[in-house]
Design a protein around this ligand. Structure first.
Ligand code: CP
Length: 340
């Protein structure tokens, strides 16, 4: 981490007070956020990190509110952490799993949205396999909508939680700066299908990091350069001088046809091994949003490195970030002073 210098936010960039600090009704993507709004959500999450580390993890901030988690795709981390987040904030939380819902009987997405709205939810969290589906639902309901991942578009709370985890890890190394100016982050894997890659790219860039995206040619997204990232097909070259290495799994559920010759060959060229990690900066951090496919994109002895891997910290920060997002987005509903 030789080049990392970080920077403090200029006074002129500091987040405004009250509702102006986060003027959005919904959280649909990092692309909709200004830098100061990202920093605001990260700051707001800190109180929940502390709460979650204590013995009593409960507040009544969202008491009386109903949150519906409507997941049309599988999830462990995102669904559970949104559920835990809502419950720790005192809300009533209901999970809708599409596989057990009337979606299976042919109900449309719009009719499902209208149904959830009629139940007077105070916030709806949605994961869906189609890019843009969450924005469509947001346009049909009266309450805040949070995107828990839509197709290969965005996964904004993942981008935010990764930034929070990275910030905590850097603080642990003595870096007090609040942004990532001077930091080089390599994101490697199935960039083409990854909403995590897009949200992280946008978030990391907004906070000053240089982002390298590495994938086999068939799994590299178009327009990477136009988004300000440097594309690589050679993982070893991408790793050279990287302060952070974020690995992504192959999203086989979004692939039609063969994108790689074999998992064995993919691991040979793009798997993160201890040997390969040695090409990055000496104390480079390792991240992965999960779920991991050990032995494919990352070796177990790298994923479990106590001094380098912050994968479990990412999971921890997921709860705090989702608490912050639910808290901030429901302030208008709750009539919190300055947010009415
Ligand atoms: N990172 C992530 O979104 O994990 P899940 O699919 O388990 O929610």
């Amino acid at each position: 981490m030789v080049e990392y210098r970080g920077s403090e936010t200029e006074a002129s960039e500091r987040f405004p007070a009250g509702s102006a600090a986060f003027p959005h009704r919904d959280l649909l993507g990092i692309g909709q956020l200004e830098r100061h709004e990202i920093l605001y959500l990260l700051e707001e999450a800190e109180q929940w990190v502390q709460l979650n580390r204590g013995q009593s993890k409960h507040t009544d901030a969202l008491s009386g509110l109903t949150i519906i988690n409507a997941f049309f795709e599988n999830s462990t981390r995102t669904l559970l952490s949104f559920e835990i987040a809502g419950k720790r904030l005192g809300a009533d939380v209901v999970n809708m799993h599409a596989a057990q819902s009337s979606v299976k009987k042919g109900e449309t997405l719009i009719d499902t949205a209208i149904t959830l709205n009629a139940m007077r939810a105070d916030a709806i969290v949605i994961r869906h396999s189609s890019s843009g589906a969450v924005a469509l639902i947001a346009s049909k309901v009266d309450c805040p909508v949070l995107n828990a991942g839509d197709g290969s578009h965005e996964h904004p709370t993942q981008g935010l939680l990764d930034a929070l985890a990275l910030r905590h890890a850097l603080r642990g190394k003595g870096h007090a700066a609040e942004d990532f100016t001077g930091l080089t982050v390599t994101i490697c894997g199935d960039i083409l299908h990854s909403r995590v890659a897009r949200s992280n790219l946008l978030c990391l860039q907004a906070l000053g990091a240089e982002v390298r995206l590495c994938a086999p040619p068939a799994l590299m997204a178009a327009g990477v350069k136009a988004m300000g990232a440097t594309p690589y097909h050679d993982f070893d070259a991408a790793l050279d001088g990287s302060d952070v290495v974020m690995m992504l799994r192959l999203q086989t559920e979004r692939m039609q046809g063969a994108f790689i010759p074999s998992e064995r060959e993919y691991h040979h060229l793009y798997g993160l091994t201890q040997e390969r990690l040695a090409r990055a900066a000496p104390d480079a951090l390792v991240m992965h949003p999960g779920p991991m496919n050990r032995g494919v994109e990352i070796d177990s002895d790298v994923a479990d490195m106590l001094d380098r891997s912050i994968i479990t910290r990412q999971v921890e920060m997921g709860v705090a970030i989702r608490m912050a997002c639910l808290d901030v987005l429901t302030r208008r509903t709750r009539g919190v002073e300055g947010w009415a």
